[in-house]
Design a protein around this ligand. Structure first.
Ligand code: GDG
Length: 480
């Protein structure tokens, strides 16, 4: 499959030559139309961009990714000191490589098959084709000996394809979602190609040690490679290491944003508009079936129906950001949640007051920070999640040691945020009693937990994550 072209056949781009290259499905910029009708690019406010900005600027960095519009080819351009290298995708490739193989095959398979994965050979063909295009583009824009950091499940074949094209590069890969146990991964008809694709990297990063162990166990069992501790040696002598690097957020940035006078005022206004409840619960997620939104709303609805929470005193705000709306499973989920919200408010609401405020929309960062500051109890209940940044953002936005975080054991974040109020999202009674406890616990207990959480989130921010990964990638691998 990979590597039918040699390095000499891949013509180097004479205009772009970067010593640090990020390869991700999406570019870090969004196209916006300004007031005068002209088109401009705005940096998307993601943590990854913030973390990599200093490295990018210091090393004449380039970012290779899709710009978001199908059937359009764009030339590279500069944006804020970064060279942006757009990769084109056709409408059909968006359907087969992105919505299909990435989001309807790999996404459910890697999240413990909480929805059934669909296996289609033409989706796989598109995945291979698009991965090769990304690898070739990265090969063209990388300087001799450059460091290339490939991101996430959409591009798992890129490390091997790139190494075959450009053996001089140092290649890192980071998986943002879980890596499943062998017993689930082996359902994938293309399991060998994916494992070999990843092994093309010098360093493969996972969110948790358990994910790295799943991967190491898989390659030990199924490939003819030598595995010793975190090192995999391939028959050609190439060594790939697999380790955990739990991702984080720009903690200081979120904290400072939440402290600005505008955001503070907005946070007070939100509570007033909600009728100044005694307890405000908050959920913030992409509308995704892995996030356990139904489970948490059902738990809240039952608590209100049973009189264990008073709808005159509490309110639950659930933000569900529209996501992957063309994938069948997501449309279905949206309908189910609409129905559940209607039922809960229909039963427990009265004129002028609904216990559940459901917002199917996306908001600016300032509004998110205001909501995190306004809330008393943050409710994060995924059935499976690589990390979950929302949990960390809530902690970073706290003013002082108040507030409570209810967190699923199945979120990667639970590995570090040990002082959260933990729940099993499959156990509705457990969610119910924990929501009650988090709402009614003593201030002293909440403060004790929150102090530890804050320390964790501030000591381990996104720069710490990027620095640890990149310094390990840079380190020479000593012979065994
Ligand atoms: C994947 C993995 C892993 C959400 N709504 C709005 C908005 N958001 C922001 C949140 C947060 C981000 O989106 C969501 O990040 P999560 O980590 O919670 O979840 P995924 O999108 O599934 O991310 C996950 C992550 O990658 C990183 O490795 O943690 O496990 O699944 O930052 O704040 N931001 C704005 N408006 C919204 O309406 N501005």
């Amino acid at each position: 499959m990979a590597g039918t072209r040699t390095r000499a056949q891949v013509e180097r781009d004479t205009e772009v030559s970067a010593s640090f290259v990020v390869v991700a499905n999406r570019l870090p910029v969004d196209r916006v139309v300004t007031d005068d009708g002209s088109v401009a690019w705005r940096t998307s406010p993601g943590g990854l961009v913030t973390a990599l900005e200093p490295v990018m600027k210091k090393n004449e960095g380039a970012w290779v990714g899709w710009h978001g519009a199908p059937d359009e080819t764009l030339d590279p351009f500069e944006d804020g000191g970064i060279t942006i290298v757009p990769v084109p995708l056709s409408t059909n490739e968006v359907a087969e490589y992105y919505e299909g193989f990435s989001n309807a095959t790999l996404w459910p398979l890697y999240h413990d098959v909480v929805a059934p994965p669909a296996f289609h050979r033409e989706w796989w063909d598109a995945y291979v084709r698009v991965n090769r295009r990304f690898a070739e583009r990265a090969a063209q824009v990388s300087d001799t000996g450059a460091t290339v950091w490939v991101q996430d499940y959409q591009l798992q074949l890129v490390p091997q394809m790139l190494r075959e094209l450009r053996p001089d590069l140092r290649i890192g890969f980071f998986l943002h979602i879980p890596f499943p146990p062998v017993e689930l991964f082996q359902q994938l008809p293309w399991r060998r190609q994916i494992s070999e694709g990843l092994l093309g990297a010098d360093l493969i990063g996972f969110q948790l040690p358990g994910a790295a162990q799943n991967f190491l166990r898989l390659v030990r069992q199924r490939l003819s490679v030598q595995v010793r501790r975190d090192r995999v040696t391939l028959p050609d002598g190439h060594v790939a290491r697999a380790k955990a690097y739990p991702i984080s957020i720009d903690s200081r940035g979120f904290h400072d944003l939440a402290r600005t006078p505008e955001v503070t005022a907005r946070s007070h206004e939100i509570r007033r508009d909600l009728g100044s409840p005694k307890v405000m619960f908050l959920g913030v997620d992409r509308l995704d079936y892995t996030k356990g939104i139904k489970q948490r709303l059902r738990a809240f609805g039952e608590l209100v129906a049973e009189g264990r929470l008073d709808p005159d005193e509490v309110v639950f705000v659930q933000v569900a950001t529209p996501s992957r709306e063309r994938v069948e499973e997501y449309r279905h989920l949206r309908d189910e949640i609409d129905m559940l919200v209607g039922r809960i408010n229909g039963e427990a609401g009265r004129i002028g007051r609904s216990p559940l405020v459901y917002l199917h929309a996306s908001f600016p960062r300032e509004e998110m920070a205001a909501m995190y500051s306004a809330a008393d109890v943050m409710v994060v209940t995924p059935l499976r999640d690589g990390m979950n940044l929302v949990a960390k953002e809530f902690v970073a936005c706290r003013d002082g040691d108040n507030g409570a975080l209810v967190l699923s054991e199945f979120a990667g974040a639970a590995y570090e945020l040990k002082q959260a109020y933990k729940i099993n999202p499959y156990d509705i009674n457990d969610i119910k009693s924990t929501l009650e406890l988090a709402a009614n616990d003593s201030e002293a207990n909440k403060a004790r937990r929150m102090r530890t959480l804050r320390k964790q989130v501030f000591d381990n921010d996104i720069s710490h994550w990027a620095d640890s990964f990149l310094s390990d990638l840079d380190a020479e691998v000593s012979p065994e």
